[in-house]
Design a protein around this ligand. Structure first.
Ligand code: ZN
Length: 341
């Protein structure tokens, strides 16, 4: 069987026909090779490092003129996420009465440039459209949309603990609850949405992590709060990292790199330089997802309990909004979790 490589993921040819081979470092894939659930007799990789990011995106999204594959094809069997028309859902949480869902951009009512399942009215979409999107999304998930608890995100490290519906929008970048029937949620359009559930203590959390959130160590603070306040044991936790801008597209400069290097432990392993150089010289990219994952593992969450969607928001305009790609006037996704009452 031939397999094809897209980013760091490997797909059987039959599930992923016609896509460009793309692998920057084959060594990074080797552990995945060992886990392949099928036999393969050919692995190829692409060494040309001289494409611009734009060319790279175009090639990896619609290589050789092929239309992007539907989401269900992108998430191979080895991935625990299931897709419907409006969301990616982590499989296997039903037995705990819990769920985790990351919205996609289709299936809503908002007009361009917020088309169409947009969850924020702060960038110009109407409150009515956003309300309707929340209502239909809640209905699809089978939850009461009026119990989805969001916050006014400010790229800080404030955490809201919810026991009843808050009046207004609290300023924070994480929502935690131990009350079934309340659904913590965060909004993103490139940043990493992290969802956490503790099936033992029945605690759920949603966390918004951009580079500022990494520097402020918000993911670590949320897991500590869950332990301190709700007696959560980190090895019991299940985590999902949703769609975010990938290291393929998240180019950063010293404004980001300086504080990141100063504050984040082992920062260099999440910084990638020179893999896609342009004419003017070096380009540096940050791997937000890997750094977020590192934070969770460092708090004692088991690696096998951390699930990553591993799709780049900037590379997939058909599936995701992207602030970096589209500018401020674009939609926002919602990542929501919780326990049913
Ligand atoms: Zn990308």
């Amino acid at each position: 069987m031939t397999v094809r490589i897209v980013g760091k993921k490997i797909f059987p040819e039959s599930e992923y026909p016609g896509r460009i081979l793309f692998c920057k470092r084959v060594s990074a894939l080797e552990p995945s090779f060992r886990k392949l659930p099928f036999a393969c007799d050919e692995i190829r990789y692409w060494r040309d490092l001289h494409f611009t990011a734009h060319e790279h995106n175009a090639r990896s999204v619609g290589a050789h003129g092929d239309a992007p594959k539907p989401i269900s094809c992108c998430l191979a069997k080895m991935n625990p996420f299931q897709a419907d028309n409006v969301a990616l859902n982590l499989a296997g949480l039903d037995e705990y009465g819990a769920f985790m869902a990351f919205s996609l951009r289709g299936g809503g009512v908002s007009p361009p440039p917020f088309d169409s399942l947009n969850f924020s009215a702060e960038e110009g979409d109407s409150i009515r459209n956003v309300e309707r999107n929340f209502q239909s999304f809640g209905k699809t998930l089978g939850i009461n949309p009026d119990r989805i608890v969001t916050c006014r995100q400010i790229h800080g490290d404030q955490i809201v603990v919810v026991e009843s519906m808050p009046v207004g929008l609290p300023e924070a970048d994480a929502v935690v609850t131990a009350t079934p029937g309340f659904y913590p949620a965060v909004k993103t359009a490139d940043c990493v949405p992290i969802l956490l559930v503790d099936p033992v203590r029945r605690v759920a959390a949603a966390v918004h992590v951009g580079w500022r959130g990494l520097v402020k160590r918000i993911a670590r603070k949320v897991t500590r709060l869950m332990s301190d306040r709700f007696m959560s044991n980190p090895p019991d936790l299940i985590a999902s990292l949703g769609p975010s801008i990938g290291k393929c597209c998240y180019e950063v400069d010293d404004r980001v790199l300086k504080p990141f290097r100063e504050e984040f432990p082992g920062a260099e392993q999440f910084i990638i330089t020179n893999e896609l150089p342009n004419r003017s010289g070096n380009r540096t990219f940050l791997d937000l997802t890997a750094a977020s994952r590192f934070e969770l593992i460092s708090q004692g969450i088991c690696e096998e309990n951390i699930h990553t969607v591993d799709l780049c928001t900037s590379c997939r305009p058909d599936l995701f909004f992207s602030h970096r790609r589209d500018g401020a006037k674009t939609g926002r996704h919602v990542a929501v979790t919780g326990f049913n009452s």
